[in-house]
Ligand binder design. Structure first.
Ligand code: NAP
Ligand code: ZN
Ligand code: ZN
Length: 352
């Protein structure tokens, strides 16, 4: 076992603070990674503050972080795909049962026994798993991803959650040339949704509550921007979308977006607000519209997304911060003041 430096929260109301966590010695199938960058996802904040207590109660201390890029330092004797010195990545999962129907279909994120990168039972050391706000992590080779050469590691880190979470449903619902696609909420997920939908060839409309993000949205690849609080702007798009991705982290009216779907259009929720939604039946009935959800993506599809981004030099727009600023970053995230993902430079943890 080795000790890793990390930042953890001691309770739902505590700020994140410096701590030490145990990491296992690599077993034959494990890869040990020195973490270089870790993105800050809104799910980290939801978990740290126990906002999903009904579904996934948080076990403390909690070390969040599931957008990890780092350098391989050691590998187990049976590891074939990685060697010390390689750039490697870890996303939201570190294990699954690998025997069920879902795992067989490459949908490890739907496995009933998925082990998440943090706040899941740790079958090696007992207790729970600790995530990427740390200087190292040990992960089974199957759940380690390859970072395409040439991608900036700080900007590539958010691809491991924000990238795959937006890529997967867009592939599933056929986003591409000739499709009109809406992205609701220009945060970490939303801005990746815009870049990826644009790269897939769709016509992209961004819905934002922040008028100040308009120019950025266009620069990121949107064809049009709607300030969702302006009813007249919303009305212009009635019954016209093939697909809408809702990436909002807080309570909001999804009926307003269901009404913008064309016949057989789909709205996929990836945002995970604490409170349940109220859905008006007729918003779905008229036009045979559908509402669905999506959670990250499988390992093979995550690699496909990374390679897609590698071929097009797509990364997140990041504000790189030292880990000492993580609590401030959380407060800014709550004010929708992120352009468009915080990426923690883990070198800042070395000095502590
Ligand atoms: N399904 C999955 O697998 C998955 C994976 C990762 C994250 N998530 C969830 O997805 C959500 C977004 O995550 P994120 O990291 O992208 O968060 P984020 O960076 O904080 O972005 C959320 C965006 O939502 C909009 N927003 C915030 N409060 C709002 C409100 N009250 N009404 C309307 N819009 C509001 C803002 O965009 P504007 O300023 O443009 O309005 C904000 O930038 C979170 O709930 C997170 O837990 C799900
Ligand atoms: Zn995430
Ligand atoms: Zn499984």
């Amino acid at each position: 076992m080795s000790n890793a430096k990390a930042y953890s929260a001691a309770s739902a109301t505590s700020p994140l603070a410096r701590t030490t966590v145990a990491r296992r010695d690599p077993t034959p199938h494990d890869v040990e990674i020195e973490i270089l960058f870790c993105g800050i996802c809104h799910s980290d904040l939801h978990t740290v503050r126990n906002e999903w207590s009904g579904v996934m109660p948080t076990v403390y201390p909690c070390v969040p972080g599931h957008e990890i890029v780092g350098r391989v330092t050691r590998v187990g004797s049976a590891v074939t795909r990685y060697k010390p010195g390689d750039l490697a990545a870890v996303g939201c999962m570190v294990d699954s049962d690998r025997t069920c129907h879902e795992c067989g279909a490459g949908l490890e994120q739907c496995c009933p026994n998925t082990i998440l990168t943090y706040n899941s039972p740790d079958k090696h050391l007992g207790g729970i798993t600790y995530g990427g706000y740390s200087d190292s992590i040990v992960v089974d080779e199957h759940f380690v991803l390859r970072v395409p050469a040439g991608l900036d590691p700080a900007g590539a880190a958010p691809l491991l959650c924000a990238g795959i979470t937006t890529y997967s449903p867009m592939r599933r619902w056929g986003v591409g040339k000739g499709k009109k696609v809406g992205v609701v909420g220009l945060g970490g997920l939303g801005h990746m949704g815009v870049k990826l939908a644009h790269a897939l060839g769709a016509r992209v409309v961004v819905f934002t509550t922040s008028p100040g993000k308009k120019d950025d949205a266009l620069r990121l690849g949107a064809d049009e921007v709607v300030v969702s609080r302006h009813a007249d702007e919303m009305k212009k798009h009635a019954a016209s979308f093939d697909f809408i991705l809702d990436a909002v982290s807080a309570d909001h009216d999804i009926n307003a977006y269901l009404n913008l779907l064309a016949r057989d259009g789909n709205l996929t929720l990836v945002g995970a607000p604490q409170k349940p939604f109220a859905v008006a039946a007729f918003g779905l009935l008229f036009g045979r519209r559908s509402l669905s959800g999506s959670i990250i993506g499988g390992i093979a599809e995550t690699q496909e997304m990374l390679d897609f981004c590698g071929a097009r030099n797509i990364t997140a727009d990041v504000e790189v911060i030292p880990i000492q600023k993580v609590n401030e970053a959380y407060e800014r995230m709550l004010k929708s003041d992120v352009k468009y993902r915080f990426s923690i430079d883990m070198a800042s943890l070395k000095s502590e």
